[in-house]
Design a protein around this ligand. Structure first.
Ligand code: F6P
Length: 357
């Protein structure tokens, strides 16, 4: 890794298309598959050169780069995490941050940037595009809450991990006649809770989009015991009671202004245990949902996103994000993805409610 405050002019500047690649925000299974596809196709088809930026927007901001070529992307398809590293650095909050990025990209002779990230990372990409930089975005988040794309890669892996956990919780809950609560990620959107809860046969699913009534949750739990089953509640970390507040880990904010979530599962266990007299325990899946190898679905989606992102670079179609619509990969304006989040529609939640209680 090279760290420089004053970057010298790169001698190769101007000789061939030089493409910077970065991964920002929370990591996500499939990031490496995108990087591999971008580099493999860009090198073989178009003779592009690549520069890896380390740790999200921190890389272009501080001039942190790494070599990125065929050798560096060999064998990374099934690997979780990101070989480039990631961070939640927000250059918009840094004094003169955007100008520093522009200067560093110019000095490195970067003609185009492929930014792989969620709403925060792509929000910065939108700002840079508005200032005339050549950026193409790739949507990433296990939360699946980016608009304009049917799915983001990483989501299927997270749902698969959560579903396996729920399957396991069923058998131990039944042995002990306990209520088991599974807290999953999902800050503003309950997609992981909805899909894993449905796939795992949970008898209550709680999501941020629909504030819950504790009395109703208690009724569903009791009816499950009456039917001789042990209840499983799947709760998204951002879910909140209709008469209460969001439960947070502490009061610190990240550079994009997000609080650290987690705690709703434990709170719910105390409440439900006190009201039903049945023992309740909580499992918080946390970062287990984000780590490890991507599923086959996510590998294919991430690879197709990478291939199409480098096509957008070749077409000089700046300010676009690649997106999955139906089975096709299309290009949409970056701001279409970041302007508003894709939350769970009520009708989807109502489908899941058929199995509550
Ligand atoms: O944005 C994806 C996500 O997994 C959210 O669901 C979660 O709230 C957040 O990241 C956790 O991020 P961190 O690892 O920075 O605490």
């Amino acid at each position: 890794m090279t760290a420089v405050t004053e970057l010298p002019e790169d001698p190769r500047k101007g000789t061939t298309m030089r493409v910077g690649v970065l991964t920002g925000g929370g990591d996500c299974p499939g990031l490496n598959a995108v990087i591999r596809a971008v580099v493999r196709r860009g090198t073989a088809e178009y003779g592009f050169e690549f520069v890896g930026f380390r740790d999200g927007w921190k890389g272009p901001l501080e001039g942190l780069t790494m070599e990125l070529g065929i050798a560096q992307v060999r064998g990374i398809l099934p690997r979780g995490g990101t070989i480039l590293g990631s961070s939640r650095t927000n250059p918009i909050k840094v004094d003169g941050g955007i100008e520093r990025i522009e200067e560093n990209l110019a000095k490195l002779g970067i003609d185009a940037l492929v930014a792989i990230g969620g709403e925060d990372t792509l929000g910065v990409a939108t700002t840079l595009t508005e200032r005339g930089l050549h950026v193409v975005g790739v949507p990433k988040t296990i939360d699946n809450d980016l608009n304009a794309t049917d799915y983001t890669f990483g989501f299927d892996t997270a749902v698969t991990i959560a579903t396996e956990a729920i399957d396991r919780l069923h058998t131990t809950a039944e042995s002990h006649h306990r209520i088991l609560i599974c807290e999953v990620m999902g800050r503003h959107a309950g997609w992981i809770a909805l899909h894993s809860g449905m796939a795992g046969g949970a008898n209550v699913i709680l999501i941020p989009e629909v504030p819950f009534d504790l009395d109703q949750v208690v009724k569903w739990v009791q009816s499950r015991f009456e039917a001789s089953y042990a209840p499983i509640i799947v709760v998204a970390e951002g879910a909140l009671p209709s008469d209460g507040d969001l439960i947070t880990k502490d009061s610190t904010l990240d550079a994009f202004g997000h609080v650290k979530l987690s705690g709703i599962g434990e709170w719910l266990a105390q409440q439900v245990e006190a009201r039903t007299g049945h023992e309740a325990r909580t499992t918080v899946l946390g970062h287990v949902q984000r780590g490890g190898s991507p599923t086959a679905f996510d590998r294919v989606l991430a690879t197709r996103f990478g291939l199409n992102a480098i096509e957008a670079v070749k077409d000089e179609d700046w300010g676009k994000m690649v997106a999955l619509q139906g089975t096709d990969i299309v290009r949409v304006p970056l701001e279409a993805a970041t302007g508003v989040l894709k939350t769970v529609p009520l009708a989807r939640y109502e489908e899941a409610m058929s199995f509550f209680g």
